[in-house]
Design a protein around this ligand. Sequence first.
Ligand SMILES: *Cc1c(COP(=O)(O)O)cnc(C)c1O
Length: 427
Amino acid sequence: MPYPCSGSAFERAKSVMPGGVNSPARAFGAVGGTPLFFERGQGAFLWDIDGNQYIDYIGSWGPMILGHAHASVIAAVEEAARRGTSFGAPTEAESALAALIVAAVPSIEKVRLVNSGTEATMSAIRLARGYTDRDLIVKFAGNYHGHVDSLLVAAGSSAATLAVPDSPGVTPGVSQDTLVLPYNNPQQLADTFAAHGDKIAGVIFEPVVGNMGCVLPDPEFLLVLRELTRKHGALLICDEVMTGFRVAYGGAQSVFDIDPDITTLGKIVGGGLPVGAYAGRAEIMDHVLPAGKVFQAGTLSGNPLATAAGIAMLTELRDNPPYEQLELRGQTLASGLSAAAKSAGVPHTLARCGSMMTLFFNPNPVRDWDTAAKSNTTAYGRYFWRMIGRGVYLPCSQYEALFLSAAHSDEDIAKTIAAAQDALTDS
Ligand SMILES: *Cc1c(COP(=O)(O)O)cnc(C)c1O
């Protein structure tokens, strides 16, 4: 038993929590075996409760773009905590965080802070429906927008179909207002708008997909997406919970020149504390209560610790932007992993946008869920565990992106590539 403390911690966890975790991906279901339990993180590293050290490429699934326990974030949280952890009343820090977001993203004039990415997307689609007085929402197969009932619908249909619920507990009544289309397919989008255009409240999408592995958008797809939504009076909801402040300070919309109506944020924007946000033009956001009539509230929304962490994070990213360095190190890591796979004779595709990337165990280009789903997940699981054995903690699923942080050094990356060479060759 190589990880005895994690093993017994997991047994105890399973006796008091469903599946032993508070979010399913953490249980390692996609790679087999049992999860590691962690004690501490610093910079690019994590330490498990058995005392092993890892170079971490999950980064809390995205938020840790500056590495773990970044000094200015920790100091901001400590300082805020001494003044009290929640008031349920306005604080100036909330407008300071909102102002940082407004200044970073040109399509955003006003911001509502919530507590998670899920809350952000749930509220964004409610706003789109309230604003347009229409019911239908279009989403794309393999795009994840949190566990919102109406967005938790089956992927994989190649035609525009009324969606089937992805989970027990999501009623057909809720999911029938969601249309699922293949990503990167402008023709199907056009057909859907031709058939239902006057009933579509909004289209929600990941501008760079991170949740079926890293998948890049075709420029043509993005153009058609904006044209059709505009033409039919539907709102374009750019879900930047993962990409916001990750692929650039202005998000993927600044990289790919997208002008959405609503943007959803999370992950980095909270500096590792629970924060989400939905945001957009004032004329749209002013439909939210109490400025407008679309209800949305939160006891802990704009929480003082969370906003302090978010302000410290965004201020650091604005004043010392790590994006060029992340791009260079991202290139090095990607080409190193790719070369390692090639020399080991492993059929693969590497997809990357800045500091997020996926080594697909798949010889063909991945552009939508159907092509992603042909990846060899068994081979990924083997690679994952061999990398764990070599001190590298990768995403515990083929269908999750790997994240680099500003704390990863050239040496960490060289070690990772060497580990991958070993891990991919050793069969
Ligand atoms: C993580 C994620 C969400 C959900 O955010 P939570 O904070 O986990 O609720 C939504 N959309 C995208 C694109 C994400 O990556």
